[in-house]
Design a protein around this ligand. Structure first.
Ligand code: G
Ligand code: G
Ligand code: MN
Ligand code: NA
Length: 249
């Protein structure tokens, strides 16, 4: 397709940028980091959503190059932030099937000088559907570098709860579909159960997609440790993201 051809050129043209959504710690009510989210500024089509181009990049294998770029760019940017702020980068399941993920991470860290503890990798449950032993080994090696691993979009995939013991996660991010419904007792019960599990296993819990004050109050009372969502901020260009920190400090 045309979009596929465009995608191949887009990296060279420098069409991609990262936007950053603040992550708020509920103990201090302060931003503790940002999630980096890819944006494609197409010269003709305008802004193309990752929901459209990530699947295409995955089918064509371009996600490996694009993912490596996102890691480098996010680490480069984060290295200039106040030192207690971390950056989270989404990693596609396809990147786990290709060799070189660890090298990409190590290269992004060494080229930027960003301490590994300030980098978090977000993976989805689809990663866990692959060769479990290989993935576990890879996650352990990545953690050995000092980076943290978050399980993203939790609750939307097919993972069983036993995966939480088997795989070394530092954080679970509860998918925003549960937060949207959290006024409903059943959804609230699910959030409560995940928080209980996380607390027991020593895993931090982020609530994604917090849009209202009511949702914030509820995820706080359920014991979530961090929040993200439009109530605080949409994903922002790098400069605006830093301004967001200044305004809140
Ligand atoms: O920010 P937005 O809601 O438009 O993102 C849509 C989807 O694209 C989300 O599922 C998000 O995780 C994914 N996404 C955004 N940036 C990246 C990236 O750098 N790598 C991967 N693999 N997925 C990303
Ligand atoms: O799959 P992942 O969690 O990485 O996706 C992040 C996506 O969620 C981004 O595209 C971001 O724009 C979107 N997002 C972040 N906060 C909110 C929110 O409060 N409401 C909605 N609807 N989307 C959000
Ligand atoms: Mn994410
Ligand atoms: Na998510």
């Amino acid at each position: 397709t045309n979009l596929e051809l465009d995608l191949r050129d887009a990296l060279q043209r420098g069409d991609f940028v990262l936007h950053y959504q603040p992550v708020i710690d509920l103990a201090s009510d302060e931003a503790v980091g940002f999630e980096a989210l890819l944006r494609w500024q197409h010269p003709v089509r305008g802004m193309v959503s990752p929901a459209d181009f990530i699947p295409l990049a995955e089918e064509t294998g371009l996600i490996t190059t694009l993912g490596a770029w996102a890691l480098r760019e996010a680490c480069r940017e984060a290295a200039s932030w106040p030192h207690d702020l971390s950056v989270a980068v989404n990693v596609s399941a396809i990147q786990f099937q290709q060799p070189g993920l660890e090298q990409s991470v190590m290269h992004a860290l060494s080229a930027s000088g960003l301490p590994a503890r300030r980098l978090e990798l977000e993976i989805t449950e689809s990663v866990l559907m692959q060769d479990a032993q290989a993935v576990v080994a890879c996650l352990h090696r990545l953690r050995g570098l000092g980076v943290r691993i978050a399980l993203d979009d939790f609750g939307t995939g097919y993972s069983s709860l036993s995966y939480l013991r088997q795989f070394p996660f530092d954080k679970i991010k509860i998918d925003r579909s549960f937060i949207r419904e959290i006024g409903d007792p059943d959804a609230a019960a699910i959030v409560r159960a995940v928080v209980g599990l996380g607390t027991h296993l020593g895993i931090a819990i982020t609530a994604e997609g917090v849009e209202t004050r009511e949702q914030l109050d509820q995820v706080r009372s359920e014991g979530c440790t961090e929040v993200q969502g439009f109530l605080f901020s949409q994903p922002l260009p790098a400069l605006d993201a830093l301004r967001f920190i200044d305004v809140r400090l």
